[in-house]
Design a protein around this ligand. Structure first.
Ligand code: FO1
Length: 318
């Protein structure tokens, strides 16, 4: 997708992002700000190895969205995708609960080959986004694998097994990010946070999309040091998640399912919290957490809505 040409250069923006929810806002920003000023730091807790291939859903969702090739009805995978290879894999008795499309498979084969040749996940992500014509920088949170494990009543499940294979049905008892203690932020992540005019926390699941990024040693501390300039867009509107199982997970883990519940999770590092008009009754109690609160429409179904939210957020940026 060709971003609009008539944008001012503006300050640098670092954006922490999950997949589908974040990509809506990132697409708006990609149109409204200079793409070279945008660095996206993506969750890789959702990454999984299937059929020997390294799959990085959030990196790919963001890349495909900005490249204008995503299946916008689903929010992931290619538009006009076919699944012939997956059908053939089932002939060999392989599990096919994770829908890998034919075009998408090429991305995973390329990334897996690069990793096999000794390249890092960040180098592979860069190779993919450049090949697909995306001008904004897209970094994984870490080059080391940090799979999100969901502890459920039925035992521990990889995040994709919980979300896709089990359709978020098992009751969640806990979440952990395996190996995160020894993971490091990918090269450029801390610099992007330090050097950005504003740091944006996209409207993604706070527990399993933003949570893994915050858990990588050094990232939360880097955000705390920039608290005045950290702007978080709330993914819960009117007590419901905009996308995915956030509301259910928050409730099952004993958090308040509301904008205020998310604000509490971010209060130590986010100076500005953006809520939808549907939640304006909570503004005073969120302010009492030590955050500035801004009310603006955050529900984005159409490209004009994505661009409008991006423009409104840019007015809050230096
Ligand atoms: N989500 C699904 O609900 N079902 C799928 O079969 C599925 C396949 C898939 C393949 C590649 C990819 O990049 C993403 C895919 N997703 C699928 C989305 C993904 O599971 C999640 O939406 C993200 O991990 C959360 O951001």
């Amino acid at each position: 997708m060709k971003p609009t040409q008539s944008r001012k250069e503006g300050a640098r923006i670092a954006a922490l992002a999950g997949g589908v929810g974040a990509s809506k806002l990132l697409l708006g920003l990609y149109h409204e700000c200079h793409p070279k000023k945008l660095t996206i730091i993506a969750n890789t807790g959702d990454d999984i190895v299937l059929h020997g291939l390294k799959i990085s859903p959030d990196l790919d969702i963001i890349t495909y969205t900005l490249a204008g090739i995503v299946n916008s009805a689903k929010g992931w995978g290619f538009r006009g995708e076919t699944f012939h290879a997956l059908k053939r894999l089932s002939v060999f008795g392989r599990e096919t609960w994770f829908n890998l499309g034919d075009r998408d498979l090429a991305t995973h084969i390329h990334r897996t080959a690069l990793l096999g040749e000794g390249k890092t996940l960040a180098e592979a992500a860069d190779s993919i986004r450049i090949a697909l014509g995306v001008k904004a920088r897209i970094l994984p949170m870490s080059n080391q694998p940090v799979p999100t494990i969901i502890e459920t009543r039925e035992g521990a499940l990889h995040f994709q097994e919980y979300l896709v294979k089990r359709r978020s049905e098992p009751v969640v008892r806990g979440i952990r990010f395996a190996g995160v203690e020894s993971a490091e932020p990918a090269p450029g992540v801390l610099e992007a946070i330090r050097e950005a005019g504003r740091i944006l926390i996209c409207p993604s699941n706070p527990l399993i999309s933003i949570g893994p990024i915050l858990a990588v040693p050094g990232i939360r501390e880097a955000l705390r040091a920039r608290k005045r300039d950290v702007l978080a867009v709330c993914p819960i509107v009117g007590g419901k998640s905009l996308k995915g199982p956030s509301d259910r997970m928050l409730a099952q883990l004993g958090h308040e399912v509301s904008a205020r519940g998310v604000a509490r999770l971010y209060a130590d590092f986010a100076g500005i919290f953006v809520v939808d008009p549907a939640d304006k009754a909570q503004v005073a109690s969120i302010r009492s957490l030590g955050m500035e609160v801004v009310v603006m429409p955050t529900v984005m179904n159409t490209l004009p809505q994505k661009r409008a939210l991006a423009r409104a957020l840019l007015t809050l940026m230096p």
